[in-house]
Design a binder for this molecule. Structure first.
Ligand SMILES: Nc1ncnc2c1ncn2[C@@H]1O[C@H](COP(=O)(O)OP(=O)(O)OP(=O)(O)O)[C@@H](O)[C@H]1O
Length: 304
């Protein structure tokens, strides 16, 4: 593996005619961690990754591996491993043939192809034509392809697509092992819940722009708890909230939603203040809600 390198996206833009697919985007991805690159469909993730890999020319800005644009890397396959399109394999060739053809370019012996096919769980299927592979098997092959040169930077576009639950656990462990080795791992997804047990850091974009960049822990802290309170005296609940510095959102028929508080705190404070409550329930804001709020996606469009 070459020396670890960070990925830097610096004021990157790509316009397709009137469409601002990526719009003045900046963020960094550090070595030794798994970073989730998140955003709803059409947010600009793939376009960003394609620019990072020199496949699309930016309208403006820079995308760097370490301090070098991809196209100027001296040993690209040993530096960056990417799987952008798991469906781009030739259907008539076997998984093994795909790796074998790529191996001389990467400068690795054929034994490395077998080693990787075993690592991704395709040992039994390596001589079968890729046309007969499932989506999950293609994802595994794409991963083997990306890892052939033991790159320091690993970029995977929606790698969990098509994987079954066991496959997702396997992928999570593999990405963790890569990060533990010091690799820079960038994984895109349009579903936060799919990667929330895998990633250390998150970069969230919407409509081509950065909306959030932090550790997953910091994102979790944004998912503050909320409580639903039903009272015959909602005004007193609002006053209590003001005194306690909770944000209150009065609803209808005596219902008030309090933010940054949990049911135990509200119950105790209402009891101490002698406020009658008819209902008290935690309605915590989950991570996915925070993601939807940040990306401006209406909740009802979320598939469950
Ligand atoms: N070659 C192109 N020509 C015109 N518009 C494009 C092109 N490539 C992407 N776009 C547009 O740019 C925007 C961002 O697309 P992109 O594929 O980068 O998003 P994404 O976040 O990867 O989405 P998804 O999760 O659906 O893959 C979309 O509006 C898309 O239609």
């Amino acid at each position: 593996m070459t020396a670890p390198a960070a990925v830097t996206i610096d004021r990157l833009s790509k316009h397709f005619g009137p469409v601002r697919a990526v719009d003045d985007l900046s963020f960094t991805v550090r070595p030794g961690a798994v970073t989730g690159f998140l955003g709803p469909n059409g947010a600009g993730k793939t376009t960003t990754l394609r620019m990072l890999l020199g496949l699309v020319r930016p309208t403006s800005g820079r995308a760097l591996i370490g301090d070098t644009p991809y196209l100027e890397l001296r040993q690209p396959a040993q530096t960056v491993g990417a799987s952008l399109e798991a469906s781009a394999f030739h259907p008539g060739r076997s998984g093994l043939d795909h790796l074998r053809m790529f191996a001389p370019q990467v400068g690795v012996p054929e034994s490395r192809c077998h080693e990787l096919l075993e690592l991704v769980g395709l040992d039994q299927a390596k001589k079968r034509r890729v046309g007969g592979y499932s989506m999950g098997m293609r994802q595994r092959l794409a991963l083997a392809y990306a890892m052939l040169g033991d790159p320091a930077v690993v970029i995977l576009d929606e790698p969990a697509n098509g994987l079954d639950p066991q496959g997702i656990v396997w992928l999570r462990q593999l990405l963790r092992a890569f990060a533990d080795e010091g690799k820079t791992v960038l994984v895109s997804s349009h579903v936060l819940s799919e990667v929330q047990s895998t990633v250390d850091d998150v970069v969230i974009i919407a409509k081509g722009r950065l909306v959030h960049e932090s550790s997953l822990g910091d994102l979790r802290r944004l998912a503050a708890p909320s409580v639903e309170v039903l009272s015959p005296t909602p005004q007193r609940v609002v006053e209590l909230a003001q005194a306690q510095q909770w944000r209150a959102e009065p609803q209808h028929d005596g219902l008030v939603v309090l933010h940054n508080a949990d049911a135990a705190q509200v119950g105790a404070a209402a009891f101490a203040a002698g406020i009658e409550l008819h209902r008290l329930a935690d309605v915590g804001v989950g991570l996915e809600d925070v993601f939807l709020r940040l990306t401006g996606e209406p909740t009802q469009e979320v598939a469950v």
